[in-house]
Design a protein around this ligand. Structure first.
Ligand code: SF4
Length: 439
């Protein structure tokens, strides 16, 4: 079969798509980006928050639209939206031929054959299976890749649907993580980006102790791995052993994604976030003391049910005073089935106005911090070449793919896509930097 595989959502879902793609190719099928020539379109959806759900539904209707030109096209929906809205999808969008839960990716080929024989079905297995140990392809540019070290989440934040969708936290055995990291390095991957819903819980379930620092150290011993980037750390569980690895291991980049969501103790408690203001402030201080040039990325939520003007002001002052280097702010969106959705909701305009004011403030902070990079040399990895502007598009050690800024270098520089270089920063704007090749 020719399969159009659409991958939506976060890097963790992207890894699932890579595993699905590997299974398809191994079974002799081929993939195509063109839905008008495909036999089946598999949409690996995100269903985390409203905007992601809207994007998923839009993609489903794109496939329905493609059927006008390609009447034989079958539509299979999987991923978080499928897991969350088992029955609604096929009821509300009868053009969908099958929905497959995240616990049944191993049945996807069978489902595709059945829909091509005219069947309509839904297939859901227990979430407990850990598909992430399976082989995959690399759908990111060849020099960086996401390594998923666990599935699910047991933190139970009251606003979050992930535990409902993905089930409890399940760590992936270390051998399996290392085997994949070795394979990625053999395939030319230099930057391994370690992801999970909460990487700081790694190992506690299967080894009865936290093994994140050990795992990072073992990955760093793999030949060919040059950069290790850590995403999705939980402040309360950020151990000194992990901070020490960031500080001392030359392959671990001085960057950490540390979602905090809020800074007010009462709001954090009502979110069911473990560890209050003091724990978050301590995590940031320990990181900055041990790694003075670290760039901390975080995400925060405004307009959570019950957030008072004073509590919001505390969050605003925190952003202003602590000046985290990378920050995303989201207006709270109530999600079906979550505890917070049953609370008294605040008007959407207030939630959004608060998020806008935080992002306006953060834009100023970012511009000032980027300006401080001018005159410095920084290690970058070259992601791409922009022929229209004759510029190499790179990322510094301080920037994760797709969410952070870029470093632009003149196109006549002796650079190679996928290679790591030293660049002298000559100019900055809010998110991006401009520089000249040094090495
Ligand atoms: S840590 Fe909280 S917000 Fe993050 S995935 Fe788990 S439950 Fe959701």
């Amino acid at each position: 079969m020719k399969v159009a595989l659409v991958s939506l959502g976060c890097p963790k879902n992207q890894v699932d798509s890579d595993i699905i793609a590997h299974g398809l190719l191994k079974a002799g099928h081929s993939t195509t980006a063109d839905m008008t020539e495909a036999d089946v379109c598999v949409i690996n959806t995100c269903g985390f928050i409203t905007s992601a759900k809207e994007e998923a539904i839009e993609n489903i209707f794109n496939a329905v639209g493609a059927r006008i030109e390609n009447p034989k096209l079958k539509i299979v929906v999987t991923g978080c939206l499928a897991e969350r809205y088992k029955d609604e999808i096929m009821e509300d969008i009868p053009e969908v031929d099958a929905v497959v839960g995240i616990g049944s990716h191993d049945k996807l080929l069978e489902v595709m054959e059945k829909v091509c024989n005219g069947e309509k079905l839904s297939c859901y297995g227990p979430k407990t299976k850990l598909d992430i140990t399976k082989k995959r392809i690399i759908s990111t540019p060849r020099h960086y890749a996401y390594l998923k070290i666990a599935e699910g989440c047991s933190n139970g934040c009251y606003y979050c649907a992930i535990p409902l969708i993905r089930g409890p936290h399940r760590s992936r055995p270390m051998e399996s993580c290392l085997e994949e990291a070795k394979w990625l390095a053999e395939e030319g991957v230099k930057e391994i980006i370690v992801v999970a819903q909460d990487i700081t819980r790694y190992g506690e379930d299967i080894y009865k102790e936290n093994k994140l620092a050990e795992l990072i150290t073992e990955i760093s011993k793999i030949e060919g791995v040059e950069w290790i980037r850590l995403m999705y750390a939980y402040p309360e569980r950020l151990g000194d052993d992990v901070i020490n690895v960031i500080a001392t291991n030359p392959k671990v980049v001085h960057y950490l994604d540390l979602p905090i969501q809020h800074i007010n103790d009462r709001v954090l408690k009502s979110m069911n976030r473990v560890g209050g203001n003091a724990v978050i402030m301590s995590a940031i201080k320990r990181l900055r003391d041990a790694v003075p040039d670290i760039k901390i990325r975080t995400s925060i939520i405004t307009g959570y049910p019950g957030e008072t003007e004073e509590e919001f002001q505390q969050l605003y002052n925190f952003v202003k005073d602590i000046r985290l280097e990378r920050l995303g702010c989201f207006a709270y969106s109530e999600e079906d089935g979550t505890k917070a959705a049953q609370m008294e909701q605040m008007p959407v305009e207030v939630r959004e106005a608060r998020a806008d004011s935080i992002m306006k403030l953060q834009t100023t902070i970012m511009a000032e911090q980027q300006a401080e990079m001018v005159g410095k040399n920084v290690r970058v990895i070259c992601d791409d070449y922009d022929s229209e502007n004759d510029l190499f598009v790179c990322r510094s050690v301080y920037d994760a793919p797709e969410i952070d800024g870029e470093v632009y270098v003149p196109g006549n520089s002796k650079m190679e896509i996928g290679e790591i270089h030293i660049v002298h920063i000559t100019e900055s704007d809010i998110y991006d930097l401009y520089g000249e090749l040094v090495d």
